[in-house]
Design a protein around this ligand. Structure first.
Ligand code: SF4
Length: 109
């Protein structure tokens, strides 16, 4: 398994945002911390496990928590950002609001 560098992981987050029609959190230091978490998870587990969640023990069990997680498709439209607040909807970003803590949908699955 080849690892991911921070640059590769940063690019991955940019591509996810572009593909989904989202934008990255404008707080670059915050994004960089999450990029480090994603890269670290990839290099540990072999996939981009959400940097804000613990593993369930296997790739299969973590399937819904691989970035962009299944929950983000609901959270971004409803709350304006994903659970980690790495990705924001364009409307939320334009509003100038700050992301806040949102419930983890994984807990209610
Ligand atoms: S909450 Fe979902 S979309 Fe946001 S960083 Fe974590 S895995 Fe990615």
């Amino acid at each position: 398994m080849s690892g991911k560098s921070l640059a590769q992981t940063r690019l991955f987050t940019e591509m996810v945002a572009q593909k989904q029609g989202w934008v990255l959190n404008s707080d670059r230091d915050f994004c960089e911390t999450l990029v480090e978490g994603l890269a670290s998870n990839f290099n540990r587990y072999g996939y981009f496990l959400c940097p804000c969640r613990d593993t369930n023990g296997s790739r299969d069990a973590d399937k819904k928590d691989i970035c962009p997680c299944q929950w983000s498709r609901l959270d971004v439209p409803e709350h304006g950002h994903c659970y980690c607040a790495l990705y924001l909807s364009r409307a939320f970003a334009a509003s100038g609001k700050e992301p806040s803590g949102i419930p983890d949908r994984r807990e209610s699955k």
